[in-house]
Design a protein around this ligand. Structure first.
Ligand SMILES: Cc1cc2nc3c(=O)[nH]c(=O)nc-3n(C[C@H](O)[C@H](O)[C@H](O)COP(=O)(O)O)c2cc1C
Length: 358
C-alpha cells in the first residue's frame, strides 16, 4: 500500500514542505472586530505548526475591510497587522512549517456586516453590481494584499475562488449574470482572475507561491457544463502562473460523510494539468490520505479535524481516526455559545464579550 508517504518532504518551486499535510483555510473567529490579529490567533498557528502540519493556510484574510464577510475576519488593509503578520510567519517558520495567506473579498456575504453594502458581479441579495471601476479597485486591493503578505514573510498567497466568495461568484453563472466582458462565456467570467494574476505577476518574487482554492460544483445544479468550465479554468490558471490549486466545491459542508468527496473531480483535473493539486474535504484517517496521494493528489488538506484536535497528525501517525463527527457546530459559532468545537471548551473571547446572549 505504502507508495507515496504523507510524511515525506515535498517541494513547490524552491519551497520545501516537511510533509504533504495542509491545514486548509479556517476562520478561527479570532480576529478582533477592527480586523486585527489577536494573540489567541497566533497561538493557534503556533500550536498547529508545533504539531507538525506541513503547510498552514490562514483563515480568509479580507483584502478590503468594507467587503469582509464576517466581523472576525482579519483585514490585510489594516496596517496595524504588519508587525503581527511578521510575528505570525516567523512563529510558524521557527516551528519548521510553511504558511500561505488566503485572501478574499466577501461577495454577497459582505452584507453580513451591519452598514456594509456588498459588491457582487450582478447585484444579487441586496448587493450592488460592480462597476468596471469597482473591478479595477478590487484587483488593486488584491495586489496590495499580496505585496503585504510577501513583505511580512508569508510563503505565498491563496486566492479564495471557492465557497461563493466574490471571485467564485464571477465564475459561477448562478451569481454572474453580467452582459459585459466580465460575464457570459467562461472566458469572460474568468477575466477578472486573469487580470488579477497578470498584475500579481508584476510584483512577486520568484519563490513566492500563488495558489487558488477552486469550486468544482456550481450553486446552479442545472448548469451541467460547470465542471468542464472549471477544467478550462484550471488550464488557464496554470498558464497564468498559478503554482498549485486546492480543490473544493460550493457544497463543501453539505456532505456528512467522512470520506474525501471531491476526489474523483480532483483526479480528473490532475490529469489535465501539471501543477500540484491540493485536495480538501472529508479526510478523516490515514488510509484515505494514502489512497489519494497514491492516486496522484499532491497534498491533502483538512479543516474540521484540526479544529477538533490540533495534534491530529500524531493520531494519523498512530493510525487513529479523527474524532470530528461533521456536526458543523464549528461553522455555526453563534449557535454554540461561541465554543469552537463540541469536543473542546475554548470559547472565542471577543464573541463572548460582544454577543453574550447569542
Ligand atoms: C469553521 C470553518 C471555517 C472555515 N473557514 C474557511 C475559510 O476561511 N476559507 C476557506 O476557504 N474555507 C473555509 N472553510 C472550509 C474548509 O477549509 C474546508 O474546505 C471544509 O471544511 C472541508 O474540509 P474538512 O472536511 O476537512 O472540514 C471553513 C470551514 C469551517 C468548518
Amino acid at each position: 500500500m505504502e507508495k507515496t508517504n504523507a510524511f515525506e518532504k515535498i517541494k513547490i518551486k524552491n519551497i520545501e514542505f516537511k510533509n504533504r499535510i495542509v491545514r486548509s483555510a479556517t476562520n478561527e473567529h479570532l480576529g478582533d472586530f477592527d480586523g486585527t490579529i489577536t494573540d489567541d490567533y497566533i497561538k493557534v498557528y503556533d500550536s498547529l505548526s508545533k504539531n507538525d502540519v506541513g503547510l498552514l493556510i490562514t483563515s480568509q484574510l479580507s483584502v478590503n475591510k468594507n467587503q469582509r464577510a464576517d466581523i472576525t475576519h482579519i483585514c490585510v488593509d489594516n496596517l496595524k497587522n504588519i508587525e503581527k503578520f511578521k510575528l505570525l510567519t516567523s512563529t510558524v517558520h521557527n516551528n519548521g512549517s510553511k504558511i500561505i495567506g488566503q485572501i478574499s473579498y466577501g461577495g454577497h456575504r459582505a452584507n453580513n456586516i451591519q452598514n456594509h453594502i456588498a459588491k457582487t458581479p450582478s447585484g444579487i441579495d441586496n448587493s450592488v453590481a460592480m462597476t468596471i471601476e469597482d473591478i479595477n479597485i478590487c484587483i488593486q486591493d488584491y495586489v496590495s494584499a499580496v505585496k503585504i503578505l510577501q513583505e511580512t514573510g508569508f510563503d505565498g498567497a491563496q486566492l479564495h475562488v471557492a465557497h461563493q466568495y466574490l471571485l467564485s461568484e464571477f465564475l459561477d453563472p448562478f451569481y454572474n449574470k453580467r452582459t459585459d466582458s466580465y460575464g457570459g462565456t467562461i472566458e469572460n467570467r474568468y477575466r477578472i482572475i486573469h487580470e488579477l494574476l497578470e498584475e500579481i505577476k508584476k510584483i512577486i518574487n520568484p519563490d513566492f507561491l500563488i495558489t487558488v482554492k477552486l469550486n468544482v460544483t456550481s450553486k446552479d445544479s442545472n448548469y451541467k457544463d460547470f465542471f468542464n468550465d472549471q477544467i478550462q479554468v484550471c488550464k488557464w490558471l496554470e498558464q497564468d502562473g498559478v503554482d498549485a490549486i486546492e480543490i473544493s466545491g460550493c457544497d463543501y459542508l453539505n456532505f456528512n460523510q467522512s470520506t474525501p468527496y471531491y476526489l474523483d473531480s480532483a483526479l480528473k483535473i490532475k490529469y489535465e494539468i501539471s501543477i500540484p493539486i491540493i485536495l480538501v474535504g472529508g479526510f478523516r484517517d490515514i488510509n484515505q490520505i494514502k489512497k489519494a496521494l497514491n492516486c496522484g493528489i499532491d497534498f491533502v488538506s483538512m479543516c474540521r479535524p484540526f479544529i477538533a484536535e490540533e495534534n491530529f497528525i500524531e493520531k494519523l501517525k498512530n493510525n487513529e481516526k479523527s474524532k470530528c463527527i461533521n456536526c458543523n457546530k464549528c461553522f455555526e459559532i453563534f449557535k454554540t455559545k461561541h465554543t469552537r468545537c463540541v469536543f473542546r471548551n475554548d470559547v472565542i473571547p471577543q464573541l463572548e464579550k460582544n454577543f453574550p446572549n447569542t
